[in-house]
Ligand binder design. Sequence first.
Ligand code: SF4
Length: 224
Amino acid sequence: MTEERPVEELLAEVEARAKQCVACPLAHTRTNVVFGEGNPRAPLVLVGEGPGEQEDATGRPFVGRAGALLDKALREAGMARRHVYICNIVKCRAYVIENGRARNRPPTAEEIQACSTWLDAQLTIIKPLVIVCLGGPAASTLIHKNFKIMQDRGKWFSNRYAPAVIAALHPAYILRQAGEAYEKAYRSLVDDLIAARERVKELRRLQEEAKPILPEGEEQLRLF
Ligand code: SF4
C-alpha cells in the first residue's frame, strides 16, 4: 500500500515546479509566479483571474486594493484568509504597455490553457468542497465557457474539482463602480461568500451523516 503524502508537501512540490514554468509568453515578462496561498486543507478555494502589478511584485495573490476589499468581504462573511485557499487561473501577470505604463489585460485563451496544468494540480490536491470563482474569466474556466457573470453569479454549479461551485463579482470590478452600484456589487460579493460558507457547512454535515457506523472493535482501532 502506498503511503499518502500530506497535501502541504504535494502542493509545495507543485509550486516549486510552477515557479520554473515557461509554458507561455507571460514567463518572459513576469517578476514572480503567483502560485497561490492559504490553507491547503481549506474546504473553500477562491479562484481569481490573474496577478496584477502588486501581486507580480510580491508573488502573493490579492494583495493590492482588490485584495484589501476581498479581505473586508471575507471578514463580513465571517472568514479570514487562513480559512481559505486563494489562487488564480493564470499564475503570471498579463499586461500591455500603454503610454509608457503597464496596464493589466485579461489573459488570452492560450495563456489560460497553458496555465491550467497548475490550477488542475492545485485543485486536485486540495479537493475543496466549495470553489468561489471571482469574476467572469475564472467562472468561464471552471464552470462553463459561456458563463455570464452578471446573470449567473450566485447560482450553484459543480465541476470535477468540487461538488459546489459558485461565481461572485471580482473585487477589482467592484472597485471600478461608484456610489450605489459599488454598494450593490460589494454586497453581492459578501452574500456570495456567505452562501459559500453555508454550503461548506451543509456539505460537511452531509459527509458526517454519510460516514458508516463501524462495529465497536473497528471504531477503537481508529484510536491508534
Ligand atoms: S502564466 Fe502559467 S503557463 Fe504561463 S508561464 Fe506563468 S505559470 Fe507558466
